[in-house]
Write a protein that binds this ligand. Structure first.
Ligand SMILES: Nc1ncnc2c1ncn2[C@@H]1O[C@H](COP(=O)(O)OP(=O)(O)O)[C@@H](O)[C@H]1O
Ligand SMILES: [Mg+2]
Length: 276
C-alpha cells in the first residue's frame, strides 16, 4: 500500500477513502421531472455518473441543461423523481400541491456543501479576496480550522495558476482568472461531484483555453463531473459519456465516439453541425 501511494502521480480527492475500488455511482438520477408554473422542462431524465465519470451534457438553448444541473444540487427542487449522491438519496416528501419538498434540510445542506457548481458567470463574492472566496465554505460550513483552510486554499489557487493573486479582489481579475478561482473554490470543498454549467461561455475567446486546461487536468484525475458545454471538441476529448438533451428528455447518449461520429437522431446531427 505504502509503495502504491508513493508512486501514484495523480492527486486524488480527499474523500477517496470513502470510495470503493470499483466504480460506484456518484450521481444517480431517476425519472427526474421538473416543471415551472405547469410547464414541463424536464420530462423524465434518468442518468448515472459513476465515480470518475466525466459526463458532458450537450443540447440547444432551453433544452433543460441548467435545470438538470440545478436539480442535482437542489438549487431547484425536482417536481418528481429521485436523485442520489454517492448512493444517498435526497430525502424528499410530497408538499401541499403534490410537488416534492426537501424533507431534511440538514441532509441537503450536508450534501450540497460537497457539490461544487461552477457557473457561467463565475459568481465569486465580490467583497472578498480570492483567497477568502476559496476559504469561505470550508471555514463557515465545513468548520475546517481557519489556518488549515487557508493553507489548502492557497495550494489550490497555486494549482490553478493564481498563486500570485491570493489577495486580489475578483473585479481586478480577468474572466479566465475568476473562473479558475471559482474552480479552486469548488475543489476546496472536496467535491463528491463537480457541476459545470457552461464554464467558458462568458469568456473572451482568448481566455477559454486556460479554463479548459484546468478542467482537463481535473478530468485526467478522474474527478466526477457533470459538464454542460458548447465546446464540442473539448467534450469529445475529456468526456467518458455524452448526453444530448432535447426538449427536456435525453434524446441520445453514448460514448464521445458514438455521439460525435455516429449520431443517430436527426436533431443531434443538426445540433452537432450547428455548433461545429
Ligand atoms: N426559474 C424558472 N422559471 C420558469 N422557467 C424556467 C426557469 N428556469 C428555466 N426555465 C425554463 O426552462 C427551460 C429550460 O431552461 P434551462 O434549463 O435554462 O435550459 P438550458 O440550460 O438548456 O438553456 C427554458 O424554457 C426556460 O425558460
Ligand atoms: Mg443553461
Amino acid at each position: 500500500m505504502q509503495h502504491q501511494s508513493a508512486t501514484r502521480v495523480v492527486t486524488q480527492p480527499q474523500n477517496d477513502a470513502a470510495k470503493s475500488a470499483t466504480a460506484e455511482s456518484a450521481v444517480e438520477i431517476h425519472d427526474l421531472h421538473k416543471s415551472f408554473g405547469g410547464v414541463d422542462v424536464l420530462k423524465g431524465i434518468s442518468l448515472t455518473a459513476r465515480q470518475g465519470d466525466v459526463v458532458a451534457i450537450i443540447g440547444g438553448s432551453g433544452s433543460g441543461k441548467s435545470t438538470l444541473l440545478r436539480c442535482v444540487n437542489l438549487l431547484e427542487t425536482p417536481t418528481s423523481g429521485q436523485i442520489a449522491i454517492q448512493g444517498e438519496p435526497y430525502r424528499m416528501r410530497a408538499g401541499k400541491n403534490g410537488a416534492l419538498v426537501p424533507a431534511d434540510r440538514r441532509q441537503i445542506q450536508r450534501i450540497r456543501a460537497h457539490l461544487g457548481m461552477v457557473f457561467q458567470s463565475f459568481n465569486l463574492w465580490p467583497h472578498r479576496t480570492v483567497l477568502e472566496n476559496v476559504m469561505e465554505v470550508p471555514v463557515h460550513v465545513l468548520k475546517t480550522p481557519r489556518e488549515e483552510a487557508r493553507a489548502r486554499a492557497s495550494t489550490l489557487l497555486d494549482r490553478v495558476g493564481l498563486g500570485d493573486k491570493l489577495d486580489a479582489y475578483p473585479s481586478f481579475l480577468s474572466g479566465g482568472q475568476q473562473q479558475r478561482a471559482a474552480i479552486a473554490r469548488v475543489l476546496a470543498v472536496d467535491p463528491l461531484a463537480m457541476l459545470f454549467d457552461e464554464p467558458t461561455s462568458a469568456l473572451d475567446p482568448e481566455l477559454v483555453g486556460e479554463v479548459l486546461s484546468v478542467i482537463r487536468d481535473l478530468a485526467a484525475e478522474h474527478r466526477t463531473m457533470l459538464l454542460v458545454t458548447h465546446e464540442m471538441a473539448f467534450a469529445r476529448d475529456v468526456a467518458t459519456h455524452v448526453v444530448f438533451l432535447r426538449d427536456g428528455i435525453i434524446e441520445e447518449q453514448g460514448s464521445p465516439t458514438q455521439i460525435f461520429e455516429s449520431p443517430r437522431s436527426e436533431h443531434l446531427k443538426q445540433f452537432i453541425k450547428s455548433v461545429a
